[in-house]
Design a protein around this ligand. Sequence first.
Ligand code: ZN
Length: 65
Amino acid sequence: MEDSRTEAAARGDGKYLGKACRVCGCEMRYTVNGNCVDCSAKHAKAYRQRTAELLRRVKQQRASA
Ligand SMILES: [Zn+2]
């Protein structure tokens, strides 16, 4: 699995086909960090939503203070 990643890096590819993800079974991974593409997208979305929610709450508190 490390080989296909090294090959992808040598080609300059941002993604490569590696070991199937334990969580979603997707085999597409980022060359840079080896993370599953699908799971990374899900985490990034969840993180954005958490941050947006936190921001909303802080703004509401400030508005009522
Ligand atoms: Zn995954």
